[in-house]
Write a protein that binds this ligand. Structure first.
Ligand SMILES: *Cc1c(COP(=O)(O)O)cnc(C)c1O
Length: 371
């Protein structure tokens, strides 16, 4: 049993079989053993992404490296990119693109809300030169799941040939997403979120339209060049030395996912998210996310008046071994976040809610006594 109840929205806990895989000895990363592992991982990822035509590239990098690869492989200096941002991670994508001298138009939405498809369409109509759109599927800083299917349809209705880039880092593996059926050109995921794998690998699904765009894109790229990754993959290799141990872990994590079944995994995340929201509401905590778009993988709530987020999180950790996350950016000190993605059960979340209840009761009792 784990000593901590790690409920941050990444990194997430590792099942014993994954931890055993991480202890395995090295192999030659240019030999047949690694080729078999890599091929198995690519196949498993395609299963989890539910793609058959789109290609899959695995990068040794955290999720942000995957996001940088989107920019570097699909855009040219001065290209216009529409970033629909509903929180910190949408903001980060805008920063990456501006760093690469892409011309970014950023749409911002109130924390807790999803992207409004009408505003997306209006922004595209206003500027006919925007050829690329970026959307975060699940915004981990606010706990909101964008209605991605509808948003993708809105983009296609207005600009059919646009390239649609998606940050699926905290959704793919845990939440339904269909890159081919929904016409999403590139979808990035990260190993430390729902995959039951440590941080350090980024996954990228790539459509034929994205490959075509890539062949004209002029931004500089080396380590994250998709062409190099795709070429090496044909020989069961990666262009640079991969994080071999993480590939072992991924292979086992994917095997565990197959045993549970994709639809079962999605249903479990929906159920546990609902359980968490209901539990927090019973503790009189106000939820941040619009309930119609509440995330299946991370739940966010406002801190009660007069309670310090840092103090609460520290006490939960020290007294109960429950590790939660605070707010990011403007929400720092205002909210806390509970991750429930990957290897997580109702018991884990019951323990979180019990600890919160005890701690809030004690803080509230102290406050009342002091009056
Ligand atoms: C975690 C996360 C990232 C950042 O990934 P790193 O692995 O920390 O680089 C980006 N976007 C979303 C939605 C995330 O949840």
């Amino acid at each position: 049993m784990a000593s901590q109840n790690l409920r941050t929205p990444g990194p997430t806990p590792l099942p014993p079989a994954v931890r055993e895989a991480l202890a395995r000895d090295m192999v030659n990363h240019r030999g047949p053993e690694f080729a078999a592992v890599l091929n198995d991982c690519v196949e498993g990822l395609k299963w989890a992404y539910q793609v058959s035509e789109h290609d899959m590239v695995i990068l040794t990098a955290s999720g942000t490296g995957g996001l940088e690869s989107l920019v570097a492989n699909t855009l040219s200096p001065g290209d216009k990119l529409l970033v629909a941002s509903i929180g910190n991670f949408g903001e980060r994508m805008g920063q990456i693109a501006r760093t690469f001298e892409v011309d970014v138009t950023q749409l911002d939405f109130q924390p807790g809300n999803p992207v409004d498809p009408q505003r997306l369409e209006d922004a595209l109509r206003e500027d006919p030169d925007i050829g690329t759109v970026f959307i975060t599927h699940n915004e981990t800083s606010t706990g909101v799941l964008n209605p991605l299917r509808d948003l993708a349809a809105a983009v296609r209705a207005t600009r059919p040939e646009a390239l649609l880039l998606v940050d699926g880092i905290s959704s793919v593996s845990s939440v339904e997403i269909r890159p081919e059926d929904w016409d999403l050109d590139v979808v990035v995921a990260g190993s430390q979120k729902g995959w039951m794998v440590p941080p350090g690998l980024a996954f990228v699904s790539i459509s034929p339209r994205a490959w075509e765009r890539q062949s004209q894109a002029k931004l500089p790229r080396f380590y994250f060049d998709w062409r190099a990754a795709q070429k090496s993959a044909q020989n069961g290799e990666t262009p640079w030395t991969p994080a071999v141990s993480l590939f072992y872990a991924l292979q086992v994590g994917l095997q565990l996912m197959r045993e549970e079944g994709l639809q079962q995994i999605f249903a479990r995340h929906q159920r546990l998210a609902k359980f968490t929201r209901e539990g927090l509401s019973e503790l009189d905590l106000r939820l941040l996310a619009d309930p119609r778009f509440a995330s299946p993988t991370v739940t966010t709530a406002y801190l009660p008046d007069g309670i310090s987020g840092k103090g609460l999180l520290r006490t939960l950790d020290e007294r109960y071994g429950v590790v939660l996350a605070g707010g990011q950016g403007n929400l720092s000190g205002k909210i806390f976040r509970i991750g429930h993605m990957g290897w997580v059960t109702e018991d884990d979340l019951s323990a979180v809610l019990s600890a919160l209840k005890l701690e809030l009761n004690s803080v509230r009792a102290t406050a009342t006594a002091g009056r």
